[in-house]
Write a protein that binds this ligand. Structure first.
Ligand SMILES: Cc1cc2nc3c(=O)[nH]c(=O)nc-3n(C[C@H](O)[C@H](O)[C@H](O)COP(=O)(O)OP(=O)(O)OC[C@H]3O[C@@H](n4cnc5c(N)ncnc54)[C@H](O)[C@@H]3O)c2cc1C
Length: 327
């Protein structure tokens, strides 16, 4: 049986592993202590925040089919939020998501789906792949301490494009193309309150400001009661200020939030910030995945298609179909 190493236990890496695990010996390496990558959740008792992906839609038949069992078991549910669009500091439209296509979230937290997907798969958490070396028979991976992580016939990266370009061997036939993919940054501001705020909506897209998204994160189904707001900066503001210190970013985003919603948010009992250097990417043209069958190297992830959970899944699923023909 072929041995395949997959780097990254986000939705793409886990979806790929799930499709290949009966056809090959698959090992997934993940540098974090948990699954899910940018489908991320932070616990800050008594608060909880989904500080990466907020919700997802399912447009393709394949992704809907994949979600079916999780929906049946209640692990993926609709979030029927009261939704508004805000221009600068003015609500310009309002609707309830119950009246349209599903906006899904995982319960009881966003990273729960990845944990389910990982069951039955050999995932080595807290293991960063730092180096890949060619051997006479294939590839050998090393961690940060220079320790061998084993020998493999195939290696597939399921990590953000810039990190993949830096890690994958230069003779991968897609190296140049992957290196050109420009992912965008984002800051997540997490605020926890003892008292609810007087907002009569739960989710907002914002334009004409340096923040792009506000949600009452605790209003998602299955979340702890304590009231939380989750705010995303625009990609543009994050990229311009990506090296600014955390305190300055936090203070600025709090001030911008207060201006946009017209409420004082200084009563927040819990305040935290997360910097995403590679958060998102606009819609891409071209390949849905990269595969070099001569070198036995591949790359997948949302960045091949669009910075969305569904795109990450589809990139991996399509790569799995192609790779299965080689095994
Ligand atoms: C702030 C933010 C908001 C978003 N909002 C939405 C949204 O509302 N809706 C939506 O559909 N999508 C949203 N997205 C995008 C969505 O999260 C991604 O499209 C999706 O999660 C990407 O999955 P992935 O598996 O391709 O990559 P990732 O989730 O990035 O997974 C890659 C994994 O690889 C690991 N890794 C990296 N390098 C190494 C290494 N050297 N060795 C081992 N492991 C490594 C990382 O720790 C990570 O777990 C958002 C993303 C962010 C950051």
């Amino acid at each position: 049986m072929n041995r395949i190493a997959i780097i990254g236990a986000g939705i793409a890496g886990l979806a790929l592993a799930g499709e290949l695990k009966d056809r090959a010996e698959v090992v997934v390496f993940e540098k974090s202590h948990g699954f899910g990558g940018r489908m991320a959740t932070r616990q800050a008792d008594p608060y909880q925040f989904d500080h990466g992906a907020q919700f997802f839609t399912a447009k393709s038949e394949q992704f809907n089919r994949f979600l079916e069992p999780y929906i049946e078991q209640g692990q993926v549910v609709r979030w029927d939020a009261d939704f508004v669009e805000i221009e600068s500091d003015r609500i310009v439209s309002a609707r309830c998501w119950a009246d349209g296509p599903a906006h899904y979230v995982c319960t009881p937290r966003m990273n729960a789906l990845a944990k389910q997907m990982a069951s039955g798969i050999d995932v080595r958490l807290a293991t960063r792949v730092a180096c890949i070396e060619a051997t006479a028979a294939g590839w050998r991976l090393y961690d940060q301490a220079g320790l061998s992580l084993g020998d493999y016939d195939w290696i597939v990266s399921a990590i953000p494009a810039a990190q993949a370009a830096a890690l994958l061997p230069a003779d991968f036939n897609a190296s140049n193309e992957i290196g050109l993919k420009q992912m965008l940054g984002c800051y997540s501001l997490m605020l926890g309150f003892e008292q609810k705020l007087a907002l009569d909506w739960q989710a907002a897209f914002v334009s004409g400001a340096d923040i792009s998204w506000i949600s009452n994160d605790s209003s998602k189904p299955g979340r702890p009661d304590r009231y939380t707001l989750l705010v995303h900066s625009t990609n543009r503001w994050a990229d311009t200020n990506i090296d600014l210190d955390d305190d300055s970013v936090t203070a600025y985003l709090q001030q911008e939030l207060a201006r946009v919603i017209g409420l004082d948010v200084s009563s927040a009992e819990h305040v935290a910030l997360h910097r995403w250097r590679y958060a998102n990417i606009g819609r891409q043209q071209g390949e849905d995945f990269f595969l070099d069958c001569d070198q036995r190297l591949g790359a997948t992830g949302d960045w091949c298609i669009h910075g969305r959970i569904e795109s990450a899944y589809l990139s991996a699923w399509r790569l799995a179909l192609r790779l299965q023909r080689e095994l």
